[in-house]
Write a new protein. Structure first.
Length: 100
C-alpha cells in the first residue's frame, strides 16, 4: 500500500481506476492500493441476508427519488439538511432490520 504525500494530482482522491488501482482517504492521508480480489470470498448466510436487505433498501430509496411527489414529501419530512436517498435507506433499514 502506497501513501501519497504532497501530490496535487491525487491528494484527497478516492475511488478506483478500472479494476487495477484503488485510492482511499484516511484522515488527511491518501492511500493507493491494489483492487481487492473478492472472487474466493465465501459470504456467510448472515452476510448474504444483510446484503439482500441493503439491496432492497437501495431499490426503495431509488423509487423515492425517482418519483417527484414522493421525493418532495420525504424531503419535507426530513428537513432541508439531509439527503433524501440516505434518509430513505435509513428509514427502510430501521423499519425492516431484525431486532438482535
Amino acid at each position: 500500500m502506497a501513501q501519497v504525500k504532497n501530490n496535487v494530482l491525487v491528494k484527497g482522491m478516492s475511488g478506483r481506476i478500472g479494476k487495477t488501482l484503488v485510492f482511499k482517504v484516511y484522515g488527511n492521508k491518501t492511500v493507493a492500493s491494489r483492487y481487492p480480489d473478492m472472487s474466493r470470498v465465501k459470504f456467510t448466510a448472515s452476510q448474504k441476508a444483510e446484503q439482500s436487505l441493503f439491496a432492497r433498501a437501495a431499490k426503495y430509496a431509488h423509487s423515492i427519488i425517482n418519483d417527484p411527489l414522493k421525493k418532495a414529501a420525504f424531503q419535507a419530512m426530513i428537513g432541508p439538511d439531509r439527503k433524501v436517498y440516505n434518509a430513505a435507506i435509513s428509514a427502510y433499514l430501521r423499519e425492516h432490520k431484525r431486532k438482535i
